[in-house]
Design a protein around this ligand. Structure first.
Ligand SMILES: *[C@@H]1O[C@H](CO)[C@@H](O)[C@H](O)[C@H]1NC(C)=O
Ligand SMILES: [Zn+2]
Length: 391
């Protein structure tokens, strides 16, 4: 064979491989209505308000998911230390909380501390940029830089195991169609907790996979319509405010009790909790930004929040856990009596080789000098999209 032909062959092979990779990204098929026969736990679940495993509601552990969004730093850590640390559920296991963290203004030494206390570190994008339409229009490649890269970044700077980072929440609860879920699948992330539901809040929608068509209404379009097997959606089942209007985040509820009325706030929280506890026991979310329940800003709301946590930490069938733990239970739904006998999960402890870095220059914001507290060696520039480790 002449040299020219060899090169042509190599080129043809290269094009073929490249074309195949392209089609993996774009070769999506429209999801079909869920077929309960072929969609079975642990890896597939139809979207529904049915209790996993066909359990009776009284046999279901009521999970409570407290989540906080955005940067973790010296401004908000005291709330977490004061209100969350040293809490136990009645099975003797530490109470969980999930942090959806974005990169900017995050103190990675504090992230390391939260991780070592057993809290879940999850992703809330690298840039968290405005406007919201950026997210609505984000492509697969955008979401790869925002979440695929952020997982590497978080693991690197907070020195926590890559595999312990499992969940995402997109900024502004703005869905990005199929894109975010495709990235999750390709990068091995387990669940998304971005998608609010209003139509299925009583009884509440349980977590489900995207193998088949979702029955969840699209509150913040575009929503995924492709079949993306094995990726979990943890729906944000909305609260109802005092006028009966739905709200996905507690701090987005409109008609709320006076912010200085602790008792009214406690009752407001309990009323929303009981819709789950006395209903189908779908996970109850307390989704909020730290400032709203901070003692320094809303002391009465803070006291009501702590009272609520004290209450549930004393109930025999209620468990405050990390969001990822809920997905684990749904995959293997055991009755509450059996659940209570399980040993507490082991936390793979890590150290923090602390470094305080800066001032660091940044291409995305030439007017700022950035400082970073990390558990690694200092980067040479401020990490950003396309350069998540600041190399
Ligand atoms: C998601 O994928 C499906 C199937 O290919 C397609 O019909 C739909 O338009 C896609 N959605 C978006 C928002 O791109
Ligand atoms: Zn946010």
């Amino acid at each position: 064979m002449c040299i020219k032909m060899k090169w042509l062959l190599v080129l043809a092979l290269f094009v073929a491989v490249w074309a195949q990779e392209e089609s993996e990204e774009e070769g999506l098929t429209l999801a079909e209505p869920c077929d309960a026969e072929s969609c079975q736990l642990p890896d597939c679940r139809c979207s529904s308000t049915n209790i996993p495993g066909g359990l009776a509601a009284r046999d279901v552990p009521q999970f409570v998911l407290v989540t906080f969004d955005d940067g973790v730093n010296v401004i908000n850590i005291n709330t977490y230390r004061n209100d969350l640390y040293n809490r136990l559920n009645t099975n003797g296991c530490p109470a969980g909380t999930t942090f959806f963290i974005n990169h900017e203004y995050t103190d990675y030494q504090i992230v390391n501390e939260l991780y070592n206390r057993g809290y879940e570190i999850a992703l809330h994008s690298l840039s968290h940029q405005t406007p919201q339409t950026y997210w609505a229009e984000a492509t697969y490649d955008d979401m790869k830089l925002e979440f695929g890269d952020q997982r590497i970044q978080m693991s690197h700077f907070a020195n926590i195991p890559y595999d312990e980072i499992k969940g995402i929440r997109i900024p502004f609860l703005q869905m990005t169609g199929n894109a975010s879920f495709q990235v999750m699948k390709d990068f091995g992330l387990t669940y998304d907790c971005t998608w609010p539901t209003i139509n299925q809040l009583d009884p509440g929608l349980w977590p489900y996979t995207l193998d088949y068509e979702s029955t969840q209404e699209c509150t913040v379009p575009p929503c995924p319509t492709a079949s993306i097997p094995g990726v979990w959606t943890l729906p944000m089942v909305s609260w109802l405010d005092l006028n009966g209007a739905a709200c996905a985040m507690v701090d987005s509820c409109f008609a709320v009790p006076p912010l200085n009325d602790e008792d009214a706030w406690f009752n407001f929280i309990v009323t929303n909790f009981e819709r789950h506890y006395l209903g189908n026991r779908s996970p109850f979310g307390f989704y909020v930004h730290e400032w709203y329940v901070a003692e320094r800003i809303n002391p009465a709301v803070n006291r009501a929040f702590v009272r609520f946590l004290d209450m549930i930490n004393n109930m025999q069938d209620v468990f405050m856990v990390n969001a990822a733990d809920v997905i684990d239970w749904v995959k293997d739904p055991v009755p509450v009596d059996e659940y209570k006998q399980k040993p507490c999960k082991n936390i793979q402890q890590t150290t923090c080789p602390a470094a305080n870095c800066g001032p660091l220059t940044s291409d995305h914001n030439i007017w700022s000098s950035y400082y970073m507290s990390i558990c690694n060696v200092c980067p040479s520039s401020y990490p950003w999209l396309g350069n998540p480790l600041g190399q």
